[in-house]
Design a protein around this ligand. Structure first.
Ligand SMILES: NC(=O)c1ccc[n+]([C@@H]2O[C@H](COP(=O)([O-])OP(=O)(O)OC[C@H]3O[C@@H](n4cnc5c(N)ncnc54)[C@H](O)[C@@H]3O)[C@@H](O)[C@H]2O)c1
Length: 248
């Protein structure tokens, strides 16, 4: 029997694919047999800005013209400020958080995914079905812990809010378009190790059952599962891959 994580013949469009996790995601999906079209603001197969509906619609039209179809759409683009111990004090604090930063994150992380989902649902309804995976975060289901982030370096408030919204967008699409053969699930990774300093990793891992941060490869494996027929019985769910973060 062929493995059900086989993505042979699948055409997959990923947003924000030129970033840190995008490379790992593309490699894992390609290894599973998929043709992956990487979209991003630059350094991509197709340039697409998720804040611009015309740019999204043009990119979808181009991919369908080139590949004949789009089976899977992954909303991965985000404003995701990385942990920075040197971040300017107060800049990120709740009471001073700049309104334009909040609006920018809503526009990319939440409305961006919503715009892409509109294009995806339109295309998938015509095609008779498809799969959407929205890359959220464990911080969309649980708030960051104060002990892990020194004051002034907290994960900004806009990140958690937009990722929580993305999870509900996913459930809404699943509920509304399951009858059209469209599945939608969210992937909620924990903190993925990316040259964080030892002090941060030590504090972070104290809160995980596996006593470590996640690796990009294990998050990519979960993405392959959600994109593939192996997850065909799931929709509207959030798959949390967070090394057992204990505060949930
Ligand atoms: N890295 C982690 O530890 C981690 C943990 C949990 C969730 N996530 C989520 O995984 C996804 C990928 O994270 P990453 O670490 O690769 O982030 P990243 O910042 O390296 O990549 C994000 C990409 O999104 C693109 N992007 C930003 N604005 C865009 C726009 N308007 N239109 C199109 N593309 C745009 C950027 O150019 C960038 O390439 C994000 O949704 C992130 O929130 C990451």
């Amino acid at each position: 029997m062929a493995p059900t994580t086989n993505l042979q013949d699948a055409v997959i469009l990923i947003t924000g694919g030129a970033g840190f996790l995008g490379g790992y995601f593309t490699e894992a999906l390609t290894a599973a047999g998929a043709t992956v079209v990487v979209t991003d603001l630059a350094d991509a197969d197709v340039v697409m800005d998720v804040t611009d509906q015309q740019s999204i619609d043009d990119a979808f039209a181009r991919v369908v013209a080139e590949h004949g179809k789009i089976d899977v759409v992954i909303n991965n683009a985000a404003r995701d400020p990385k942990f920075d111990p040197k971040a300017e004090q107060n800049q990120l604090e709740f009471t001073n958080y700049p309104e334009e930063a909040m609006q920018g994150s809503v526009d990319v992380n939440l409305l961006g995914a919503w715009r892409v989902c509109k294009a995806a649902v339109r295309q998938m309804k015509t095609a008779g079905g498809g799969t959407i995976v929205n890359v959220a975060s464990f911080y969309g289901v649980t708030p960051p812990r104060k002990e892990v982030y020194p004051v002034g370096t907290e994960k900004p408030i806009d990140y958690a809010i937009t990722k929580a919204g993305l999870i509900m967008l996913t459930r809404q699409i699943a509920s509304q378009f399951g009858v059209d053969g469209i599945r939608a699930n969210a992937l909620a990774p924990g903190g993925v190790f990316n040259e964080h300093d030892d002090e941060f990793v030590d504090k972070y891992k104290e809160h995980t059952s596996l006593d470590r941060m996640n690796t990009p490869e294990e998050v990519a494996d979960a993405l392959v599962f959600l994109c593939s027929p192996a997850s065909r019985g799931m929709t509207g769910e959030t798959l949390v891959v967070d090394a057992g973060w204990r505060s949930r």
